[in-house]
Design a protein around this ligand. Structure first.
Ligand code: ADP
Ligand code: MG
Length: 149
């Protein structure tokens, strides 16, 4: 099962993130795929806002992982610049910290991703249009999609 959603603005993409946030659960994993400027960070901003995080969400390109404290914490990762030298960064340790992990460029650690997760591929159609292909893996994620998408 996959869901195909077209959004026509940054705020529509944020709205989708907010809908998904409404059914969040601890240790939730959201993997984002898509070229630079497709809207991965915009999605994360929408999700963070819904979590009640007031800090500005930036692309953590140089930090790899950024933690935001909230009732349910957010672990925002951007793996774009991850390379084999970074074996000190233990990404997997964040998967069961009871927060939500949102992973930009998740393809870079494809083999290490948990089997159960939400995959979101974002495609650029034109300046303001994006197609989001959302695929749930595992029952919890399937139910979440049925509920909010
Ligand atoms: N429908 C849309 N959804 C998300 N972002 C959009 C949309 N239309 C235009 N944009 C613009 O695309 C850019 C996406 O940037 P960003 O989220 O940082 O991309 P990424 O993190 O994937 O590199 C922003 O400048 C945003 O305003
Ligand atoms: Mg980004």
């Amino acid at each position: 099962m996959e869901y195909k959603i077209t959004t026509n603005s940054e705020s529509e993409t944020m709205e989708i993130a907010q809908n998904i946030e409404a059914d969040k659960f601890p240790n939730m994993i959201i993997c984002l795929y898509g070229e630079l400027g497709s809207g991965k960070t915009v999605f994360t901003k929408g999700f963070a806002q819904a979590l009640g995080i007031e800090e500005v969400i930036t692309s953590p390109t140089f930090t790899i992982i950024k933690e935001y404290d909230a009732e349910m914490p957010l672990y925002h990762m951007d793996l774009y610049r991850l390379n084999e030298m970074d074996d000190s960064i233990n990404i997997e340790e964040y998967f069961d910290k009871k927060g939500v992990c949102i992973i930009e460029w998740a393809d870079i650690i494809q083999d290490d991703l948990p089997e159960e997760r939400l995959d979101i591929k974002i495609k650029i159609v034109d300046e303001d249009t994006r197609v989001m292909i959302i695929t749930p893996y595992g029952q919890k994620y399937e139910e979440l999609c049925e509920g909010v998408l």
